[in-house]
Each structure stands twice: as structure tokens, then as C-alpha cells.
Design a binder for this molecule. Structure first.
Ligand SMILES: Nc1ncnc2c1ncn2[C@@H]1O[C@H](COP(=O)(O)OP(=O)(O)O)[C@@H](O)[C@H]1O
Ligand SMILES: Nc1ccn([C@@H]2O[C@H](COP(=O)(O)OP(=O)(O)O)[C@@H](O)[C@H]2O)c(=O)n1
Length: 247
């Protein structure tokens, strides 16, 4: 799909395990956009700057400046850093991430980084507050949803954590409680896609067709405005010609 990068962002919202990251990443690839998973920011900051029960805010501010200075480098750094973790470490980091996500200053820092990086468009941003807090001006806003059982099944499989099902269950429930209001708000401003009975491929296809539709309506509005301008100029010209002739 050939969509111009500038001025166009996509925000993908939803509860844990709905498929934001896997689907957002594929949508970004298909559009040649850059993918940003806001959850990775919370995880990275939690693991690096939340040590011995102390949040190192100065370090986080320094990190913000570095990240805004070299976004591509740090987006890769965050991704690689977290890829190295075992399933058990991932669960622990996820818990720490949930804790620090309750600190408004940290939320503001992460939102500011992402808003600055994405200001020229060409990004797919995912996260449970992507449509209302991170990118309220995104051109395309979507909320993914799926049944709790389905999300639990997907998460256990993803983490290869059959022996920690109870842990994954309680984690998911806690995250749902924490993000329920945010996602409810998101549903008021975004298009909702239920992914319970859809494969990743099918969800990606739906999103791409939604984006095509948005582009199509944008183009039609543009064509309509050009048409009205054309009629206006033509009428004005005819009016003046008539006046000149009558003089
Ligand atoms: N529609 C789907 N069908 C099957 N598996 C899915 C679907 N969406 C996501 N998954 C799988 O579920 C797991 C959780 O998805 P993820 O993208 O990490 O969710 P989120 O980012 O919303 O927490 C991943 O292993 C992913 O491959
Ligand atoms: N936009 C976001 C992204 C993540 N987070 C927090 O960071 C944690 C880790 O992010 P994640 O994307 O890996 O988590 P899940 O959406 O998979 O639960 C989440 O459980 C949230 O507590 C948030 O508060 N806001």
C-alpha cells in the first residue's frame, strides 16, 4: 500500500493480550511505517531505572533527552534489551512496569517522548492509552478487543508459561482492572475490532482496509474542496467578464 509517510499516524489501543503488538508491528511493516510499542518503554524504564524500590527520575529524564535525540537508535536498543529476557524475567519486568505506570510523571515522560518522535507522522503506536493520551490526534484510531479466556490462552502460549498459568491469570486480571477505564474511553473515539475469532492475518487485513477507507475519504474531501473552489473561481470570472462586457 502506498501511503505518504508525512502527517499520518495510527494509534492502536486495547487491553493486555488483544494483539496490539503483534498486529501493530505487521500493520507498520505493510505500510512501511515505524512501529512503536509504548509498553516496551514502561518495561525498559522499569527494569533499568526502578532499582531497590526506588524510581530514578533523574536517570529517566536523561534517558528521555537521549531518546528524543536519537530515536531510531533507542527504539532498537529498547527492543534488543528486552528480547534477552527469559519468560520468568518478563513476568517480573511486566509487574514492575505496571507499578511505575501508576506514576503520572513517568506516564508524561513516555508520552512526551513518543509525541515528539512521531510529530511528522509515519508511525503505528500501540498501548492501552494510545488513542486518548499518547496520540489523541492520530488520523486512524483503533481499539482491539478479545474475550478474557482467549487473551489468557494467547498470553500463556506466548510466554511459554504453562507452569505459571495462575500467575499469568492474576496478572492479566490486575492489568484489566488498571486499564479498564482508559480502554472504555478509547472505545468512544476509536473503531473497535473484536479479534477473538480472527487470526492475526485477518485483523491486519481489516485494519489495512480501514486505513484505505480513511485515505479514500480524505482524498474525496480534498477533491470536493477543489471542485467547490473551481466553481467559485469560474463563477467569479464569469461575473467579471459580464461586467466588463456591459461597460
Ligand atoms: N488474532 C489473534 N489470533 C491468534 N493469536 C493472536 C492474535 N492476536 C494476538 N495473538 C497472539 O497473542 C499473543 C499476545 O499478543 P500481543 O500482540 O503481545 O498482545 P498485546 O500487545 O495486546 O498485549 C501473541 O503471542 C500473539 O501472537
Ligand atoms: N501505554 C501503556 C503501555 C504499557 N503500560 C503499562 O506497562 C505494562 C507493560 O506493558 P505491555 O504493553 O508490555 O503490557 P501488556 O499490554 O501486554 O499488558 C502494562 O501492563 C501497563 O501497566 C501502560 O500503562 N501504558
Amino acid at each position: 500500500m502506498n501511503i505518504k509517510k508525512k502527517g499520518f499516524n495510527i494509534a492502536l489501543d486495547g487491553l493486555s493480550g488483544v494483539g496490539k503488538s503483534s498486529i501493530g508491528c505487521q500493520v507498520a511493516k505493510r505500510l512501511n511505517f515505524t512501529f512503536i510499542d509504548s509498553g516496551l518503554f514502561y518495561r525498559y524504564i522499569a527494569d533499568r531505572f526502578y532499582l531497590d524500590d526506588t524510581i530514578q527520575l533523574n536517570e529517566i529524564h536523561l534517558f528521555k533527552n537521549k531518546m528524543i535525540g536519537s530515536p531510531s537508535y533507542y527504539l532498537q536498543e529498547i527492543e534488543f534489551y528486552l528480547q534477552e529476557k527469559t519468560p520468568q524475567e518478563e513476568l517480573q519486568i511486566g509487574q514492575k512496569a505496571s507499578e511505575i505506570s501508576k506514576v503520572p510523571e513517568i506516564r508524561n515522560i513516555i508520552n512526551e517522548i513518543i509525541q515528539t518522535i512521531t510529530k511528522n507522522g509515519g508511525y503505528v503506536v500501540v498501548g492501552r492509552d494510545a488513542t486518548i493520551k499518547i496520540l489523541p490526534n492520530a488520523r486512524v484510531k483503533l481499539v482491539l478487543e478479545a474475550d478474557f479466556e482467549m487473551r489468557l490462552y494467547r498470553r500463556v502460549k506466548q510466554l511459554n508459561a504453562e507452569e505459571f498459568v495462575a500467575k499469568v491469570f492474576s496478572d492479566l486480571l490486575k492489568r484489566d482492572v488498571d486499564s479498564f477505564d482508559l480502554v472504555l474511553e478509547a472505545k468512544k473515539v476509536a473503531t473497535i475490532i473484536n479479534t477473538s475469532n480472527l487470526s492475526i492475518k485477518q485483523v491486519v487485513a481489516r485494519i489495512l482496509s480501514r486505513i484505505s477507507w480513511v485515505k479514500y475519504s480524505d482524498n474525496n474531501i480534498l477533491h470536493f474542496i477543489i471542485f467547490i473552489l473551481f466553481v467559485f473561481v469560474y463563477t467569479l470570472r464569469a461575473h467579471f467578464l459580464e461586467k466588463i462586457e456591459s461597460n
